[in-house]
Design a protein around this ligand. Structure first.
Ligand code: AP5
Ligand code: MG
Length: 217
């Protein structure tokens, strides 16, 4: 299955991609995670992306398309993948279509997650991640069972993203409305789009996405 999770910052793309990845045995391809790893490693790509990401803008199409082309070519993507945060512009969507067509394949589904802006800001501002295994948490909405201890790996160090502050979130939201939201029309026209209520409880959103995928496959 080749799936795109589409939605604004904080919609729950990463949260749901992790569940779907485990349930379907296909990898989560998050361009945000890959770019953050490049920034941390201090690579050429990381150096080009760092200031743009911190300001809440979009990294250039050529960089992210190259990253995804390399990643999709790896063996673990042969059965499919979940794209989380890519494509984010019409140019990226067109490049993805060409990339998949060159491999004689195509997307199966695009699931758009709808969440009101005020909730997005609360979600992003309260988000943190296990520094050991990368599991995601939230101060209010997704607390670990034992405070300060990761449910999954027992890790006790956590990190917060440099771009997760109320001011940058608003810039990211504007980038979403300007550059990414036109993709909803693009995939609707191709007959690939399902829309789910991303404001429901986390488990209910997973069930809604699985329901949408059943109608596709
Ligand atoms: P990226 O890392 O993709 O960030 P984003 O799109 O802004 O999305 P987020 O990761 O903030 O949100 P999410 O939807 O994954 O939500 P999550 O599941 O964590 O990109 C970062 C930057 O990289 C971009 O700004 C850009 O600069 C660059 N970039 C990346 N890809 C690019 C591309 N293709 N082109 C150009 N530039 C690119 O959930 C958020 C919080 O809410 C969590 O704490 C979670 O616990 C909680 N939560 C989730 N679901 C629920 C729920 N249903 N109810 C209650 N709480 C919930
Ligand atoms: Mg994410």
């Amino acid at each position: 299955m080749k799936l795109i999770l589409l939605g604004p910052p904080g919609a729950g793309k990463g949260t749901q991609a992790k569940f779907l990845s485990a349930a379907h045995g296909i990898p989560q391809l998050s361009t945000g995670d890959m770019l953050r790893a490049a920034v941390k490693a201090g690579s050429t790509v990381g150096k080009r992306a760092k200031s743009v990401m911190e300001a809440g803008g979009l990294v250039s199409d050529d960089i992210v398309v190259d990253i995804i082309a390399d990643r999709i070519a790896q063996a673990d993507c042969a059965k499919g993948f979940i794209l989380d945060g890519f494509p984010r512009t019409l140019a990226q969507a067109a490049a993805l279509d060409r990339l998949l067509a060159s491999k004689k394949t195509a997307l199966d589904a695009v699931v758009a997650m709808r969440v009101d802006d005020d909730i997005l800001v609360r979600r992003v501002s309260g988000r943190y991640t296990c520094g050991t295994c990368g599991s995601g948490y939230h101060d209010e909405f997704q607390k670990p069972k034992k405070a300060g201890v990761c449910d999954k790996c027992g890790g006790t160090t956590f990190t917060r993203r440099a771009d997760d502050n109320a001011e940058t979130v608003r810039t990211r939201l504007m980038a979403y409305y300007r550059e990414t939201s036109p993709l909803i029309g693009y995939y609707f026209a191709l007959g690939k789009l399902s829309v789910v209520d991303g404001m429901a409880e986390i488990r209910a959103v997973t069930i809604a996405i699985e329901g949408a995928l059943k109608t596709v496959k």
